[in-house]
Ligand binder design. Structure first.
Ligand code: ASP
Length: 330
């Protein structure tokens, strides 16, 4: 019996050593095939644009293609579920954001994942100011005029968003809550298609990230009434702040971050992290992000541990905002 036990222990030990060897070898060999980057929203929107920009450079560092897959659904949370069921070997990664990995926790009691427990954070990709935009033909020329218009027309006003819990939804929810209005929400698969409809004049307003707003505002296809921050954005200096427009309570910025499945070996996460850092340090990528109004994160948030702490704080930050709005996904 004793011999059997000893043998069994020896066997387990040998297996464990062989297993550790395999993990280290796997990490060293990673990636052995193309890496799939899950984007929780439609092509052409801010998450997609940032993901493609960074993914294209990461492919060069990793020596394998990075294939973008727009895994759209449930306000971006479906992609998180996909990541959870993917092999934890680094070949499937995800770009999440303030909505999918922070606000969704308070909004959605049936959220199928816990952002802090079910994923391996890789690094923060960018932060991004939020702008309030209206269709070009809208009668309001300023935020103050828009507030008056919206209060008088809330029953017919249309507010586009990328699904309940998306960034465009939660940030405009903050704006609408500050004003005490409940307009008609119009859900899209992402703010790429929502912006197309805003440009076409089919909806009244949209709260969206700089990445999507800046090119349209520069092209003069929409009217941008405010940036939801204390300071004007350097890349769109003519757009007043929400405080200048009389709605100081509307202040919010959002972020995108990269995740791998939970049990991804730390050495694989480190390789992904290095590739992300290399992309963000590249002058071309950096320049393009800056032109789109996306800020590269401070170094601490580029580290997996820093990102984990940041997301914990963001989940806490969004809880009272969501609670005050009274909105909940059932
Ligand atoms: N930024 C969008 C949102 O959450 C989604 C997208 O990137 O298309 O509202």
């Amino acid at each position: 019996m004793k011999t059997m036990t000893r043998l069994a222990i020896a066997g387990f030990a040998a297996l464990a050593i062989a297993g550790a060897g395999t993990t280290a070898a796997q990490a060293q060999a990673f990636p052995t095939k193309p890496v799939t980057m899950l984007i929780p929203f439609a092509a052409g929107g801010p998450t997609d644009v940032v993901g493609r920009l960074v993914g294209e450079h990461m492919a060069r560092t990793l020596g394998q293609p990075v294939i973008i897959e727009n895994a759209v659904g449930a306000a971006g949370t479906l992609a998180g579920q996909r990541l959870m069921s993917s092999a934890p070997d680094g070949h499937v990664i995800l770009i999440g954001h303030t909505g999918t990995h922070a606000a969704a926790v308070s909004l959605n009691p049936n959220l199928k994942y816990k952002p802090l427990e079910d994923f391996a954070p890789v690094g923060l990709v960018n932060t991004n100011p939020i702008f309030l935009t209206v269709k070009k033909t809208h009668p309001s020329q300023t935020l103050t005029e828009f507030v008056t218009w919206l209060k008088a027309n809330e029953k017919t006003a249309t507010n586009a968003h990328a699904g309940i819990g998306s960034v465009s939804h939660t940030t405009c929810l903050l704006f609408n809550t500050v004003l005490g209005v409940k307009p008609n929400g119009v859900p899209y698969r992402g703010t790429g298609p929502a912006m197309t409809d805003l440009v076409a004049g089919q909806i009244d307003y949209l709260c969206d990230q700089a990445v999507n707003v800046a090119p349209q505002e520069r092209a003069g296809t929409i009217r941008t009434l405010a940036v939801a921050s204390d300071e004007r954005a350097v890349f769109l200096p003519n757009v007043p702040t929400s405080t200048e427009g009389g709605v100081p309570g509307f202040k919010v910025a959002v972020w995108n971050a990269m995740f791998a499945p939970k049990d991804t070996p730390p050495a694989v996460v480190a390789k992904l992290n290095q590739a992300l850092k290399a992309a963000l340090a590249d002058a071309g990528v950096k320049g393009k992000l800056q032109e789109l109004g996306a800020d590269v994160p401070v170094p601490a948030l580029l580290e997996p541990a820093g990102l984990r702490g940041f997301i914990g704080a963001e989940i806490e930050k969004w809880a009272p905002i969501i609670k005050a709005s009274g909105v909940r996904i059932e």
